[in-house]
Design a protein around this ligand. Sequence first.
Ligand code: GLU
Length: 362
Amino acid sequence: MRLVVKLGSSSVTGGDGSISHGTLRAIASQIAAIRDRGHFAVIVSSGAIAAGLNTLGIVDKRPSDLSVLQALSAVGQSRLMAAYNQALGGFGLIAGQVLLTPLDFINRQQYLHARQTLEKLLELGVIPVINENDAVADDEIRFGDNDRIAALVANLITADLLVLLTDQNGVYTSDPRVDAKASLVEEIDEISEVLKAAAGGPGTQRGSGGMASKLQAASIASWSGVDVLIASATRELVLVEACDRRPGLGTYVNKRKVRLSARKLWIAFANPSVGRVLVDDGAKSAILEHSSSLLSIGVHSFEGSFLEDDPVEVCDLYGEVIAKGLVRVSAEDLRLATKSKVTDSQSPSSILIHRDDLVVLV
Ligand code: GLU
């Protein structure tokens, strides 16, 4: 099987921000063990910024200035990679660094190149170690944490399992730090709003993930036909046992029965939305029950200044996201159409999002 293992900054580095060589060694030994059983592994690792902070002696507070964080990542990434080379090398494994930016998933050509490189690395027996290319990533659209990038990588290499390793045992019914009654959720089929709310906000000083971002990543993976395990990075043999899907390791999020096509996955998750369209009940049921295209006439209201072919979220009248798709009409033309100042291509019955470009997300 193919496994993507994601480690966050708080797992890769210790309390003082220095790289935790013991953790990397433990991960490397497990990766060697699962490779001996014929499985393939890809590591997605954060920790560049945290290592950069530590190297430059910035210990009290994480800077908020993006250019500083980008510079820190440049300092930390090489150190992080040196640590992975050492840890994996100790078990006779060879690491290969791959740095990706959001654009690499948005631009189809880049996406295919990234896939080809990863496939080749796996074929050569190398362990790809992926991080976001923080030093150059566009600040508007950068992923901010590696949970999402890990899910997109799992999709890219058609992984069987994505393991999101973290500093908690998994997803809890409420925040275990404040609620003594919180219990571990061992299996999830559908990521509900209740769970998302329980997952709360962002993570620690050293990283920027948190459980909410893990659930979002798990959702991308499950739509991609990839099972997910969210578990503690310090749990012994977690990767080895995850390959056998041992229960009790953490929280499993099951893959969806119907897997989206590569193009629809790309529309739904690789491409950030630039607007929101609220649709009336008629349009909602046409989309959900009959897989219809979205017509301009079904639009209740919209926001954002999207252009033709831009991705937008489709929401019901309660603001709940029901779908995402590529619009055929710009916001400006849609405005004209809804004001009935129409030309043929802007009539209210014209298609705003064609069914082929529309991904239902409920
Ligand atoms: N790619 C970042 C890193 O490796 C993500 C974590 C962050 O935003 O702090 O450091």
